[in-house]
Design a protein around this ligand. Structure first.
Ligand code: ATP
Ligand code: MG
Length: 558
């Protein structure tokens, strides 16, 4: 695997290898209109790796005026569920992609069965009674050829009869399989009489109890592509060894010539993207669910406040490659900040409050300030922020024995309260233990923005009015795993050993009132702190915000 990479924003855009292939196919007339498909197995929720696949499949079709089918690869009845089918659709819609047809491999079970019988009739498939172990052993190794099954030369009639009996439910799970008769000495292990059908007495989420034999991935995927006239069937690199078999079925059955192309799957630092392991985290209660904001699932990052725009920006930056890479999670976080910085509404929230009393403020007076929702658009929409004689500022914005370079509040010092007045710290009030509990300050009325000459001070801090502020709960998230390369777990360890015990910290804050009326639907910026997204668990009694990303980070894409 290559080193973690941070591709730059400014790199000149070249065609990626898939775009090159497609442009060539369109130019030569080999393909009139491109058609891709996104083929999830409905056995879990979509994750960030799937986002890359979505961006590639839908992105190419969009770019070249083609279409994309959503095809559920539902050939494994015991692991699949309609819960996942629905969640996958929701996630794709959220990403902003529109599929042409919604298809299911199970829609084609009759046709696939016909093709299996056709192969039997042509002497190209046979029923094998060997056990799973015997079949594996008989396959040989990369260095040594396989052994022919003792059942390989059954007559067509016998094969047809038994295969029909398999379909009719006369045999138990694992008793027999249907295999293609290709080449037990092939250099490609996939071609050594691959299994086409296995017996599984299990209820299927769509076909119910109609079938007790189910086709294998290899006997399904290419033919489904072909039925749907998929021109470019794009999958991850580990499927390159399956390609000869993909082609063999299409050529042997003489059906629409779909082609398979492979790209490198997305790996991210500090992240796991195997559905099997993500399911285990959910089932063991190690996270709050598939949509826990620490999960790399699309519903998880959505709940965290990541936007589809940020995910697309990220996929665009990492590009499409033919070599496995480990991408830096910080690049994704950078994309999230880029997007939210441009679009998010700003509010002030104080998380560790220190009371400030303005001794020269008229008792009971409230002054409302019109503040921009986004400073990038100073003339744009405004929010109203109330200013009163008792305020909260962050504890860390005050220092009693401050070094020279500390430009926030200190005894006798001045600071501007964002959007409003300059205040001066006149007196520090402490409790019996010597903790600072209140600052008595004066404000300078002449420093109201727009009221005469602008006087500047070095520091500006955020604040809220104690009277008008509302309390919120803040869930602060950190990485779920502590290990950079989660694909590389030592033999004597388990991936769960690397769970970060401090990946969730719950805190609180005091927010200016306008935050509670925010209708943007995306994460907001808590000024000077970070981006936060309102959690769906929020109620009228408790409003919860999830930390999406810190405001600043030393990370820069190379
Ligand atoms: P997992 O290994 O996480 O269970 P999968 O490959 O089994 O994933 P599928 O539902 O079969 O998941 O995948 C649907 C599509 O998404 C496939 O085309 C697959 O190649 C692609 N895909 C899955 N994981 C990644 C990834 N990490 N990067 C890019 N594409 C991926
Ligand atoms: Mg899969």
């Amino acid at each position: 695997m290559e080193e973690a990479k941070n591709p730059t924003a400014e790199e000149p855009k070249r065609l990626n290898f898939l775009e090159e292939i497609i442009e060539e196919d369109l130019k030569s007339g080999k393909v009139k209109e491109i058609k891709t498909r996104f083929p999830p197995e409905p056995n879990g929720y979509l994750h960030l790796g799937h986002a890359k696949s979505l961006c590639i499949n839908f992105g190419l079709a969009e770019k070249y005026g083609g279409k994309t089918n959503l095809r559920y690869d539902d050939t494994n009845p015991t692991k699949e569920d309609t819960e996942y089918v629905d969640a996958i659709k929701e996630d794709i819609r959220w990403m902003g992609f529109k599929w042409d047809k919604e298809c299911y491999a199970s829609d084609y079970f009759d046709q696939l069965y016909e093709w299996a019988e056709e192969l039997i009739r042509r002497g190209l498939a046979y029923v094998d009674d060997q056990t799973q172990e015997e079949i594996s052993e008989g396959r040989g190794t990369v260095e040594t050829p396989g052994k022919k099954s003792p059942y390989r030369d059954r007559s067509v009639e016998e094969n047809l009869r038994i295969f029909r009996d398999m379909k009719a439910g006369k045999y138990a799970d694992g008793e027999k399989v249907l295999r293609a008769k290709i080449d037990m000495a092939s250099k490609n292990m996939m071609m050594r009489d691959p299994i086409l059908y296995r017996i599984k007495h299990a209820r299927h989420h769509r076909t119910g109890d109609k079938w007790c034999i189910y086709p294998m991935y290899d006997f399904t995927h290419g033919q489904c592509d072909s039925i749907e006239h998929i021109t470019h069937s794009i999958c991850t690199l580990e499927f390159d060894v399956h390609r000869p078999l993909y082609d063999w079925f299409i050529q042997t059955l003489d059906i629409f010539p779909s082609h398979q192309y492979e790209f490198a799957r997305l790996n991210l630092t500090y992240t796991l993207m195997s559905k099997r392991k993500l399911l285990e985290l959910v089932q063991k209660g190690l996270v709050a669910g598939w949509d826990d904001p620490r999960m790399p699932t699309l519903c998880g990052v959505r709940r965290r406040g990541y936007t589809p725009e940020a995910l697309k920006m990220f996929c665009d930056k990492i590009g499409v490659s033919k070599r496995d890479q480990m991408m830096d999670i910080q690049l994704l976080e950078w994309c999230v900040r880029q997007d939210l910085n441009a679009r998010s509404n700003r509010y002030m929230v104080v998380q560790h409050p220190l009371k400030v009393t303005l001794v020269n403020w008229e008792a009971g007076k409230v002054e409302w300030f019109d503040c921009p929702l986004n400073p990038a658009d100073p003339e744009g929409a405004k929010r109203k922020v109330p200013f009163t004689g008792e305020l909260y500022i962050e504890q860390e914005d005050f220092m009693e024995d401050a070094p020279k370079k500390f430009f926030r509040l200190k005894p006798g010092g001045e600071v501007r309260l964002k959007y409003t007045y300059i205040i001066k710290c006149e007196e520090v009030v402490k409790d019996a233990d010597g903790n600072v509990i209140e600052l008595k300050c004066t404000y300078d009325p002449s420093t109201r923005p727009g009221a005469g000459e602008w006087r500047s001070v070095k520091g500006t801090i955020h604040w809220v009015s104690t009277e008008y502020a509302g309390k919120i709960t803040i869930r602060d998230y950190d990485r779920l795993f502590l290990k950079e390369d989660m694909n590389d777990i030592p033999e004597d360890k388990d991936y769960k050993d690397y769970l970060n015990p401090e990946s969730l910290t719950i805190g609180s804050g005091y927010a200016e009132p306008a935050l509670f009326d925010d209708k943007s639907g995306i994460a907001v910026q808590f000024e000077r702190t970070g981006y936060y997204f309102k959690d769906p668990d929020s109620t009228d009694a408790e409003v919860i915000f999830n930390k999406t990303a810190a405001l600043k980070d030393s990370y820069r894409p190379e």
